[in-house]
Design a protein around this ligand. Structure first.
Ligand code: GDP
Ligand code: MN
Length: 304
């Protein structure tokens, strides 16, 4: 036997178009997962993008909670991949276990969102996202959909809808349903404040910071006066309205694979005083790729 055959990929044959279904484009759906939510999984299964073109990638921490989530995830995967209908099955699925410990043990929302915990937490998240990305991005990947494990409701056409804009980075608006005690009825509120347009105030704050300090969004102690996409939602307006963004969150985010292939990743260190997904938007921009937000296109975050 001779040497093993060489596989050649011409990256210019891997199309990334506004008609990804028609052009049979491969999508990599990447999810960092600390907890398994059945609603996330059910929503994922309902995505109408052809499953045979979707590869799923997960990364889970090696904590007690991460172990439990891994067991549950594997159970659900077996159901679909072994016993599901042909059209339900995904092209392939990769599960990674993190090789480093999370910086803070508690995952409660109040603890997670404390300002003092942000730098270490976001740095760890950045590393988790990078590990996941660099081990799963393939030569035939056209799109990467970042989808957090607590996104429990999206339109089934999420991938097609976001891709139809044909932008390097496309972000829907992430909301959260909750029980409004005043109104005595279900209601919803904006959730992801990492989708923003920069402001002179934030620039000014950054210019006076130490080189390892980071800007954070959504904290009263650090008023940035950035324009937040979370507040740009207009009821009844066109769901395809576009706004340019300077910072993005990772709850749901569609990225052209070439943006990642160019080297745009999630800085685990202050990059222009930005970290993780917000740093990613900045890095993409430095590489010539502009982020686009869809303020009227909603997806929903779990409510703890
Ligand atoms: P928040 O919504 O901004 O409060 O952030 P989350 O805590 O929900 O984290 C974002 C995503 O990363 C979710 O999908 C989590 O399940 C996941 N996640 C959170 N912490 C870790 C971690 O330590 N390791 C990994 N691999 N994923 C995590
Ligand atoms: Mn979350």
């Amino acid at each position: 036997a001779g040497p093993p055959p060489v596989t050649r990929y011409n990256l210019n044959n891997v199309t990334i178009t506004n008609d990804p279904v028609g052009n049979r484009e491969n999508v990599l759906v990447l999810t960092p997962m600390a907890r398994f939510y059945q609603e996330y999984w059910d929503n994922l299964l309902k995505l109408s993008y052809p499953h045979e073109l979707i590869t799923l990638g997960f990364i889970l921490p090696k904590t007690k909670e991460g172990n439990a989530a891994t067991v549950e995830l594997q159970k659900q995967i077996a159901k679909i991949q072994k016993h599901g209908l042909e059209k339900e099955r995904f092209k392939s699925i990769i599960i990674l276990r993190q090789d480093f410990d999370p910086p803070i043990p508690s995952q409660d929302e109040s603890e997670r969102h404390k300002m003092a915990n942000q730098k270490a937490r976001r740095a760890a998240m950045a590393k988790a996202r990078n590990s996941l990305l660099f081990t799963t991005l393939g030569p035939d990947t056209s799109w990467v959909l970042w989808l957090d494990a607590d996104i429990i409701e999206t339109p089934p056409t999420l991938i097609q809808d976001l891709a139809s804009h044909s932008k390097p980075l496309t972000v829907p608006n992430c909301f959260q349903r909750f029980y409004n005690a005043e109104k005595k009825a279900m209601d919803e509120r904006p959730y992801d404040f990492n989708n923003w347009q920069d402001s002179p105030t934030a620039q000014e704050l950054a210019s006076k910071m130490g080189k390892d300090d980071i800007l954070l969004e959504g904290y009263a102690d650090m008023a940035t006066y950035r324009a937040l996409m979370a507040y740009m939602y207009e009821a009844g307006a066109d769901i395809h309205t576009e706004v340019p963004l300077d910072g993005v969150g990772g709850t749901a985010l569609l990225v052209k694979a070439e943006v990642h292939r160019d080297g745009a990743m999630f800085p685990a260190f202050p990059f222009y005083h930005l970290i993780e997904t917000e740093g990613f938007a900045k890095m993409a921009k430095r590489l010539g790729w502009q982020a686009t937000g869809l303020p009227n296109y909603k997806v929903y975050h779990y409510n703890e």
